[in-house]
Ligand binder design. Structure first.
Ligand code: B4P
Length: 194
């Protein structure tokens, strides 16, 4: 099974991807996590991505496409994967389609998580407060100011992918305003119907 999780920042892509990993035993390919790991390790990619991510903007397509292309070549991706937070631009969507075609892989569905803008910012602020209260590191982009920029980037660069995948008959919207468990159940129904 090869899935894309699409939705605005804080929609729950990472949350649901982890649950899909547990249910289906296929890896979660989160470009956000991969980029944060590169930043933490101080690699060349990390050095280039750090300021861009902290400003709430999107990292360049070239960097992200290269990371994903390398990752899906790894053996654990042979039977499927969940793309979490990728593609995020039309250029990335074209790139992943070409990558998968070259590797003889087909995309099963694009799960769109729909959530109100107001609820999104509330989730992000809550995550930052909970991390701080637990003495854990707070993501530099998890604050209302940077979140506004993340949301602007989403509407400008990522939202056009909805029409792109709808036209291909791959888009499956799910109500992301539901509880975490409720969203998981909706996704399970979508996957059963494929
Ligand atoms: P990501 O790491 O992908 O972060 P995200 O979109 O904010 O998170 P997500 O939707 O996964 O929300 P989550 O489950 O965590 O991106 C961060 C940055 O990396 C980007 O801004 C960009 O700079 C860079 N980047 C990543 N991919 C890129 C790409 N392809 N191209 C270019 N740049 C890229 O949930 C958020 C919170 O909500 C959590 O606290 C969770 O517990 C809560 N929550 C989830 N579901 C809920 C529900 N149903 N009800 C209530 N709360 C819920």
């Amino acid at each position: 099974m090869r899935l894309i999780l699409l939705g605005p920042p804080g929609a729950g892509k990472g949350t649901q991807a982890q649950r899909l990993v547990e249910r289906h035993g296929i890896p979660q390919l989160s470009t956000g996590d991969m980029l944060r790991a590169a930043v933490a390790a101080g690699t060349e990619v990390g050095l280039r991505a750090k300021a861009i991510m902290e400003a709430g903007e999107l990292v360049s397509d070239d960097i992200v496409n290269a990371i994903v292309s390398d990752r899906i070549d790894e053996p654990d991706c042979a039977d499927g994967f969940i793309l979490d937070g990728y593609p995020r631009t039309l250029a990335q969507a074209d790139a992943v389609e070409a990558m998968m075609e070259a590797k003889g892989m087909a995309l099963d569905a694009v799960i769109e998580l729909t959530v109100d803008d107001k609820a999104l910012v509330g989730r992000i602020v809550k995550r930052a407060e909970e991390a701080a209260a637990a003495g854990q590191p707070v993501r530099k982009d998890d604050n209302p100011e940077v979140f506004d920029e993340r949301l602007r980037e989403y509407y400008k660069k990522t939202a056009p992918l909805l029409g792109y995948y709808y036209a291909k008959g791959k888009l499956r919207p799910v109500d992301g305003m539901d509880s975490i468990e409720g969203v998981t159940e909706q996704i399970a129904k979508v996957l059963d119907s494929l």
